[in-house]
Design a binder for this molecule. Structure first.
Ligand code: FES
Length: 222
């Protein structure tokens, strides 16, 4: 499980983030998110606003972004809700980074299906490149985190890197993805298995074969 803690609330942190405010572009998105909810229910937009703040900070710092305490306070004020409620949400969902991260946040799934399909080797491949769990590499490029099931068990093992998932990994395939990212390229997200499109069975369907070419009504066979 990811070890999570809040970045200490220091004078330096306040000096850096105490004046945080949404830019015009993110403010417009925040207004749109809030408008999706009935009057008086603007607090329901807290998850969206935390995400927007993280993305704005990501843009400003050329990282995946994170949400410092003063930014949580800003969102609490923005939505007229207690700060602790914002902190509760931010600390519950691992999509919010509570400490600074690197340009690429490599989240390796270590839950059972991924573990059975080789996530230990995937984690080792990350470590072989100098990544350490819970740390950002000295060049600021990589932050390594182990996470729980990301819902891609059918194409395990997988990692999430920033907004994309990379699946059906081997250490070599992961290296290729990481090399491409480091070189400023955009590797294809999703399965890395040649010939596989999403999570269909390799080698073709094993059930409902009559549905492959056209709709087929199986009910008359019941
Ligand atoms: S166990 Fe890794 S995605 Fe489900």
């Amino acid at each position: 499980m990811a070890a999570r803690h809040l970045e200490p609330d220091t004078a330096e942190l306040r000096a850096r983030w105490g004046n945080f405010a949404f830019t015009k572009a993110w403010e417009a998105k925040a207004r749109t998110a809030i408008a999706k909810y009935p009057d008086g229910r603007q607090r329901s937009a807290v998850m969206a606003l935390l995400d927007f703040a993280q993305r704005q900070i990501g843009e400003e710092t050329n990282t995946q972004g994170w949400v410092p305490i003063p930014v949580m306070e800003y969102i609490a004020k923005y939505l007229d809700m207690p700060v602790i409620r914002v902190v509760e949400v931010a600390t519950f969902y691992t999509m919010y980074n509570l400490v600074p991260v690197g340009r690429f946040h490599v989240q390796v799934c270590g839950t059972t299906p991924c573990m059975l399909r080789g996530s230990d080797a995937i984690m080792q491949a990350c470590k072989n490149r100098g990544m350490r769990k819970g740390h950002t590499s000295d060049d600021g490029l990589w932050t390594l985190t182990e996470v729980e099931c990301m819902g891609n068990c059918s194409s395990a093992p997988m990692v999430q890197i920033n907004d994309d998932n990379y699946e059906d990994l081997t250490p070599e395939r992961l290296d290729a993805v990481l090399d491409a990212l480091a070189a400023g390229k955009a590797p294809k997200p999703g399965t890395q298995e040649p010939g596989r499109h999403t999570v269909e069975p390799l080698g073709g369907p094993t059930t409902l074969k009559a549905m492959v070419k056209a709709n087929f009504d199986y009910r008359k066979e019941w």
